[in-house]
Design a protein around this ligand. Structure first.
Ligand SMILES: [Zn+2]
Ligand SMILES: [Zn+2]
Length: 312
């Protein structure tokens, strides 16, 4: 028999067991009850609204709701942005080929090829961290009305919380267009300014950078696979081995109020960042230092992003 919740709790403050188990901070977890005090503090504002209006849903409930609404649109991308995404993907592959050619021309000696696995692991870890930071910014700052970034970058992230399975229906361009677009300016700078083929440091940096760009490109594909109930067998194997983001791991982010486990390449940083409350501290710091920003955390003001109405 499951123990009764602590006195004063309502069913509405029950949070993901996976999320509580994921944290080793004692205050996050009540082992006897399965209730999580820290998460309760964060979600109680928004969840109580749901309970009061009879709208409380489990993540399964949210998914089935979103499945019925997802047929209305595939990605919500405007035709103009879709063209940009095509161009972004084309530019990404062109620049990757050009930087790759520079790397090939600049190999200082076969001994340097031994550094490749090390550079690949480092690039993969940095990509995972970057994915978390960008995701954190897009979930917590600005709104769909923010100029330039709002409709095409912030809105898809916010919509993804209310329609988590919509991403499964995104085609190659929808899935990879935005990551290509944000990578291209950096790739252009590296191709133009870094002496990849003529210096050892340029070769090492160029190789690291190209591997990083590749991991960034793959990130949203991994994210999409993490939302599939039945991904291809080889993908499921990579997920089980912890090589790419898994559904079980990513589901922790998809619990209201969506304030942790932001990394979506593989998620290796998530437990550490969660334990140290890195993103909570980062948000507080940013809100205190950026002029005109509300100093309260997004979850303190609005609870779940799903009820979000005011820009951050
Ligand atoms: Zn999110
Ligand atoms: Zn997701």
């Amino acid at each position: 028999m499951r123990p009764a919740p602590p006195r004063g709790d309502s069913p509405g403050v029950r949070v993901s067991a996976a999320r509580c188990v994921s944290s080793r901070r004692p205050e996050w977890r009540s082992a006897a009850s399965g209730y999580c005090s820290h998460a309760r503090r964060l979600v109680i504002g928004s969840m109580s609204k749901d309970v009061g209006s009879g709208k409380l849903k489990s993540s399964v409930g949210r998914q089935s709701m979103s499945q019925s609404s997802v047929s209305k649109s595939r990605s919500g991308t405007s035709p103009g942005h879709r063209v940009l995404e095509y161009l972004g993907i084309a530019a990404f592959f062109l620049l990757a080929a050009l930087i790759g050619a520079e790397i090939y021309r600049g190999v200082p000696g076969t001994a340097y090829l031994l550094a490749l696995p090390l550079l690949a692991v480092a690039a993969y870890l940095v990509a995972d961290l970057l994915s978390g930071f960008v995701h954190f910014l897009l979930d917590n700052f600005g709104s769909a009305k923010t100029p330039v970034f709002g409709p095409n970058f912030i809105k898809p992230f916010r919509d993804h919380h209310t329609d988590p399975t919509g991403i499964v229906r995104h085609d190659f361009v929808d899935t990879n267009g935005n990551n290509s677009l944000v990578s291209v300016p950096f790739m252009l700078v590296v191709w133009l300014a870094v002496p990849v083929s003529t210096t050892v440091w340029g070769f090492l940096f160029g190789t690291f950078f190209l591997l990083l760009a590749g991991a960034v490109f793959l990130t949203n594909q991994f994210h999409k696979w993490a939302h599939m109930d039945e991904p291809p067998a080889w993908v499921a194997r990579l997920q089980d081995w912890g090589v790419i983001l898994s559904k079980r791991h990513h589901d922790i982010h998809h619990e209201s109020p969506y304030d942790t486990y932001y990394c979506i390449t593989v998620g290796v940083w998530n437990p550490l960042l969660d334990r140290t409350r890195f993103f909570e501290r980062a948000e507080r710091l940013l809100r205190r230092t950026v002029p005109g920003t509300d100093p309260r955390l997004r979850v303190e003001r609005e609870g779940s992003l799903n009820e979000r109405s005011t820009p951050g």
